[in-house]
Ligand binder design. Structure first.
Ligand code: FES
Ligand code: FES
Length: 155
């Protein structure tokens, strides 16, 4: 079946019931999407499906047949350069091991697209289901606040 990822159309061989995370990683080589818990809890596999933060480890391929998938590899393309979230995570040197980080950034980017001027409490609430075993939570929140500022300054 055909799926649209990061603006390109791919013809994939995987069974329609295959989980999106394995189609991305194993069939298409888009390994920026990470596998953590496998049960929709940790957020490390988060991608966008029609702009909505979605857990690829519990989403079958067939569920995205007529939708636009965006992975961390395509995040920058939305803004022509680094996405504000990527810029801010780089600026604040957020990652430690980085396993959770693509999911953190994809969740944050989807959140800021809906709310570009969030309060600290709203950032905390938006990110509460993305876990980081390295405990980078303080830097993640500061970086998202900075990304919000950068988003608001976009022309
Ligand atoms: S691997 Fe998908 S939510 Fe944990
Ligand atoms: S940076 Fe290591 S799990 Fe988040």
């Amino acid at each position: 079946m055909e799926i649209s990822i990061n603006g390109d159309t791919y013809l994939v061989d995987s069974d329609p019931s295959e989980l999106l995370v394995w189609v991305l990683r194993d069939e298409l080589g888009l390994t920026g999407t990470k596998y953590g818990c496998g049960i929709g809890l940790c957020g490390s596999c988060t991608v966008h499906v029609d702009g909505v933060a979605t857990r690829a480890c519990i989403t079958p391929l067939v569920a995205v047949a007529d939708k636009e998938v965006r992975t961390v590899e395509g995040l920058a393309e939305t803004e022509g350069g680094l996405h504000p979230v990527q810029q801010a995570f780089l600026e604040f040197q957020v990652p430690q091991c980085s396993w959770c980080m693509s999911g953190q950034m994809m969740t944050a980017a989807a959140f800021l697209s809906r709310n570009p001027d969030p309060s600290d409490e709203e950032i905390t609430e938006a990110m509460t289901r993305n876990y980081c075993r390295c405990g980078c939570y303080a830097r993640i929140k500061v970086a998202i606040a900075r990304a919000a500022q950068l988003t608001r300054e976009l022309p």
